[in-house]
Design a protein around this ligand. Sequence first.
Ligand code: PLP
Length: 456
Amino acid sequence: MNVQANSWAARDIATLLHPYTDLYKQQSDGPIVMTRGQGVRVQDSDGTWYLEGMAGLWSASLGFDQPRLADAAYRQLQALPFYHIFNNRSHGPAIELAEKLLAIAPPGLARVLFSNSGSEANDAAIKLAWYYHHAIGKPAKRKIIGRMRGYHGVTIAAASATGQPANHAGFGLPLDGFLHVGSHSYWHDGEAGESEADFVARRAAELEALILREGAGTIAAFIAEPVTGGGGVFVPARGYFAAIQEVLRRHEILFIVDEVICGFGRTGTMFASEQFGLQPDMLTVAKALSASFLPISGVMLSGRIHDAMLAHGREHGVFAHGVTYAAHPVCAAVALETLKIYEETDILGHMAQVSPLLQDGLRALRDHPLVGDVRGIGLIAAVETVAEKASKTAFDPKLGVGARLQNAVLNRQVILRGLRGDALAVCPPLIIQPPEIAELIAAVRGALDEVAAELQ
Ligand code: PLP
């Protein structure tokens, strides 16, 4: 790329360290600089509009303009731009948002602890698991079990619970005491000739064996996304979570459900926990909680955990955890308005109409010579390419098929994300309309054809 002196790109290269970016390449390539958004589209500094097929980072559920959210922020900025909730202070937006969240949450969740990001929410859930086991006199229960292909964020505990090599390599992670079992993807991790039921039984047995090996008395919690996102968009094998929860219950291991992507309708129900029969002890949310207009996240915890914390508090005093911007009033006001919009516009009804268009439209690509698998649920999906269909043989990584596809889609003015394993992730704003879904699918087909022709 030709970077002009003093351009946005040149100034970016000279100053910014970019998350999740090839730092070396960024120094010569420079960024795509976004300037504005409208509906499901964003515009770059050259004036090109893109259909944002990833909702930014799996998150901008209401797209890129929404006057009600701008108004809610402005009203709160004028009334009370900041106050904290430490030391028994509070404010209306925090209380109303907590009420609203608990009213729509899966049964059994009784309190909310707010923070700023999905990573922090997961870190907080892990600390709460430790705190809970201290409170009930089992402080040795400290280990955390995550899963390969799982993604829970980048703060130290969340990154340790994450099951992706790139988040560990170079950082000396995971921390001691963070363990991983295999993923819930039958398509990827099922063995040749193994039925789905046998795969699920194998996964449950693997978890049980790990628990027995380590000692149940040393394990605090198990953390999982109902549908994995960054790790490859995998819908769980049928019966997987029922089998896993049975093992966890028997060994008194808490279940932390990470709904940072899934929460607020993405999979077709308000929380994916409903769809997959999950009974979380804690459930983390972020991203679509505020439609990504402002940063806010939360962990909802069960009455049982809260009761234990209360009893413990009588002995130990202050609960010494919290971040300055927990339930920031402007972020909370925007999140509250977001939840009202979901309700008033019947976002789940809209999802029920448009999700089949996306899922069926993408599944029709299964006959494409490059496509090995199309999977997804609601408005989250992945199209995975393979060098050889029958054996599911992956392409040589040197061919960079995933990156080529991502670029070919981008050249069609659609933004999608290339995932490890040469898959393309699709996760558009929930407000997407049928013609935009058709446009997105046409871009994927065009990109597949282009890359197939290059590989010949
Ligand atoms: N959990 C899941 C499932 C996520 O997808 C993400 C981010 O993509 C996180 C946690 C971390 O959230 P954040 O980037 O807000 O820290």
